[in-house]
Ligand binder design. Structure first.
Ligand SMILES: [Zn+2]
Length: 210
């Protein structure tokens, strides 16, 4: 969950994860499950040869796809995030643009559903409209949370562990320092690329980021 203050959205950014568990009874067919996993792996492998493309297990609203392409081009941090997402065939990310969220001062929220057989569905809801750099920060931030889910971080336990840099809010949502920093890094790289492309030696700078 990403929240804004009364000042500017680059302050006090929060992302929440709401966990929902599915029972294994919902997946009684092991054969179908294996087929599904193999299909997902095949899709992930097929997309691996196109590092400049959005991972095939990320589905985004048409309106935001050009920005995601720009992020891949400009931000090495986002490319690394996409690479890890691409190599996680049981992860499914859907990015949706919404006019508002039910959470106070939130700019974005990631809703996570973990299934018994390992699949992870994440709905990233992002409020609109935003400046491109703000989208960059939000998306970089949320993708880092997706990586936390791939890694299987136990945010509940970490939130009660001193020095973990994981925090839980009163509404049950979680925030991590690493997601905050990743969002800032993606936004910074996005802006630096744009600035360098307008100055002398733009081509060299651009190449250096790819
Ligand atoms: Zn967060």
């Amino acid at each position: 969950m990403k929240r804004s203050t009364n000042h500017w959205i680059s302050r006090a950014l929060f992302v929440a994860f709401i966990f929902a568990s599915m029972t294994s009874t919902a997946f009684s067919s092991s054969f179908a499950l294996e087929q599904n996993v193999e299909d997902l792996k095949a899709r992930a492998n097929a997309s691996a040869i196109h590092e400049s493309d959005l991972p095939s297990n990320v589905f985004a609203a048409e309106m935001i796809r050009p920005l995601l392409s720009e992020l891949i081009e400009r931000s090495v941090t986002f490319r690394r995030q996409c690479s890890k997402v691409r190599n996680a065939p049981l992860l499914h990310i859907a990015i949706e643009l919404v006019p508002s969220l039910a959470y106070d001062h939130c700019l974005a929220v990631s809703l996570v559903t973990r299934y018994a057989y390992g699949r992870i569905d994440i709905r990233m809801l992002i409020t609109v409209p935003r400046a491109p750099s703000s989208y960059a920060e939000i998306i970089g931030h949320e993708f880092e949370h997706a990586l936390e889910q791939i890694e299987g971080l136990d945010l509940r336990t970490l939130a009660s562990t001193s020095g973990s840099c994981v925090y839980r809010h009163a509404d049950g949502s979680f925030e991590t320092k690493r997601a905050h920093e990743a969002g800032l890094a993606v936004a910074r790289e996005f802006e630096l690329f744009r600035n360098s492309s307008h100055g002398a030696g733009a081509a060299n700078s651009a190449d250096g980021q790819k």
